[in-house]
Design a binder for this molecule. Structure first.
Ligand SMILES: [Zn+2]
Length: 124
């Protein structure tokens, strides 16, 4: 990873206040009633509406590095995980909150290494 933008490709542009849509507000994966959400007028992606700001992709790559150092993860597995995260658009901070990022990360690591979720969470 050399700092280039990952997937998504859309330079999201939010709709105006009047166009906002009422959707469930989600916090740590649970719905907490309805709130107005902005969405991107170009691609239609709904803007994240959660108290938890997403982290930089670099954060997850650091975690992966730490994990790999302690849990016997091969270079090939690391590459597969990074590719899976790129495909999932983990860098798209417009639409994702931290909870969703963590889910993507954990799912990818479990899928390619078999390390149990509890062991991965310790690094996050
Ligand atoms: Zn967009």
């Amino acid at each position: 990873m050399r700092g280039e933008r990952l997937i998504s490709g859309c330079e999201h542009v939010s709709c105006g206040d009047k166009e906002k849509v009422w959707l469930p507000y989600v916090f740590r994966g649970r719905e907490r009633g309805l709130r107005p959400h902005a969405y991107c007028v170009k691609c239609g992606l709904v803007k994240r509406f959660s108290g938890e700001k997403p982290r930089d992709t670099g954060y997850y790559l650091n975690v992966l590095g730490l994990l790999a150092g302690e849990q016997r993860v091969t270079k090939v597995q690391i590459r597969l995980i990074v590719q899976a995260l790129e495909r999932a658009g983990i860098d798209d901070s417009y639409g994702l909150d931290r909870y969703q990022q963590e889910r993507l990360f954990i799912d990818a690591v479990v899928r390619y290494t078999g390390i149990p979720e509890e062991s991965i969470r310790k690094y996050l």
